[in-house]
Write a new protein. Sequence first.
Lengths: 61, 134
Amino acid sequence: MPKMKLSHFEASLLFALLTSIVLGIISKRTDRERLRYAAYCFGYFVVAIFALGWLMYLGHG
Amino acid sequence: MAELKAAAPPRNWIPVVALGWFIPGGGHFLLKRPGRGAILAACVALMFLLGLMMRGAMFQWQTGDLLTTVIYCGGFIGDLMSGVLFLLARAFGYEQPDMAGHVHDYGTKFLVAAGLLNILAMVDAYEIATGRKD
């Protein structure tokens, strides 16, 4: 089994992508709505990643 | 507006949920939703494999104070919910000690998250089987 070395950002993006796809698939009724909801969730994940990243950076001093 | 299909009549949900646990996305295949089943299976399997490749630790059942019980027992249940992926990893001797480092830490979370995503897939399959959803 190959070993992966990912940065915080890469790992968070992968997590966000897979979770968003599953949330889109199970939450909505039509394919169009699913795609839109998955993109919406992914966008919010990315915003949260940047917001929390900056918060920790500024909070760390 | 897109026309929605009427919900299928309810059926026995136990084999659907059981198969959904054992093979991620399997419940959807049993309910003749292969597209959704395949995407869910791919997401859960990829999340689990990424966790293994990051050398994430599997939780052991451990009790003690409240926080220890919640973290370790909850983590173990999360790992277990990946079904055959978890069983195969254990059968092939995957044993990773809990080590310091952000990659290992992410790996541990990915392994648990794979199980949690599979729980969502099982709930979805349950709702389809009971006719609450199409």
